[in-house]
Ligand binder design. Structure first.
Ligand SMILES: [Zn+2]
Ligand SMILES: [Zn+2]
Ligand SMILES: [Zn+2]
Ligand SMILES: [Zn+2]
Length: 236
């Protein structure tokens, strides 16, 4: 699909709408977020390092998430979260690359180029502000993401989950190429046409010559790849 505009999203704490970069800065000073942190510090949750992560699709950054992640959580928790909100189609392998090490499900079979490790590593031993981590889901039809560690703070987590969604891009569906209404499906055959025109509303999808090749359009960078059908919702 083709995109012209930069996507925007809402801060979950105060509701302000901003770009990805605007939110990266805003979340550091959002008064409502700071109130949530004060409340969290009254709980009995264990104080630890907490990381602000910005995740985006490597291709054009239209799809993005701002997350807060507990330092005691593992790369596996982050992998699980990304699969749920954006990626999972048929249980493909995935990998984070940090320095020279790949953290993945299947590791050293002697065929790897570099070092491979399991994903059960706690992130506070790995993450530091400024770090950029390439992530791949599915080594065949790959969805490439980049995870940036934006900031680190010390405190009690604001929820009982390992990861908190602080903002994500709002999704504006492309226009149906036949009638101009918001598209709900794309043709995985026409997707590879030179002009990339492949988006349809439900009515025009039925009329289209490759009706059996339609896939749902949802708020995820994996739309149109392999058997991905969404729902592109946060697991918690
Ligand atoms: Zn805010
Ligand atoms: Zn698949
Ligand atoms: Zn239409
Ligand atoms: Zn088609």
């Amino acid at each position: 699909m083709t995109r012209s505009t930069q996507s925007r999203g809402d801060c979950v704490y105060c509701g302000r709408e901003m770009t990805r970069g605007g939110l990266a800065r805003h979340l550091q000073t959002c008064a409502k977020r700071q109130e949530a942190q004060v409340e969290a510090n009254k709980t009995r949750r264990r104080s630890q390092a907490l990381y602000h992560l910005q995740v985006q699709n490597a291709y054009d950054g239209y799809y993005w998430l701002h997350l807060e992640m507990r330092g005691e959580a593992t790369l596996q928790d982050l992998d699980h979260y990304l699969r749920e909100i954006w990626l999972e189609c048929c249980g493909h392998l995935s990998a984070f690359t940090i320095g020279d090490v790949r953290y993945t499900q299947v590791f050293d079979d002697g065929m790897a180029w570099g070092e491979e490790r399991e994903m059960n590593a706690k992130v506070d031993a790995l993450f530091t502000p400024g770090l950029e981590i390439p992530y791949e889901y599915d080594f065949g039809t790959t969805t490439d993401l980049v995870i940036k560690v934006v900031a680190q703070r010390e405190g009690r987590p604001t929820t009982s989950h390992p990861i908190v969604l602080m903002a994500r891009n709002k999704f504006e569906p492309p226009a149906c190429i036949a009638c101009g209404k918001p598209a709900t499906q794309l043709c995985s055959e026409c997707m590879y046409r030179e002009d990339g025109r492949c988006e349809f509303c439900d009515d025009d999808a039925i009329e289209h010559e490759h009706g059996e090749m339609m896939m749902p359009i949802v708020n995820s960078p994996r739309v149109g790849q392999c058997g991905y059908v969404g729902p592109a919702e946060s697991p918690y």
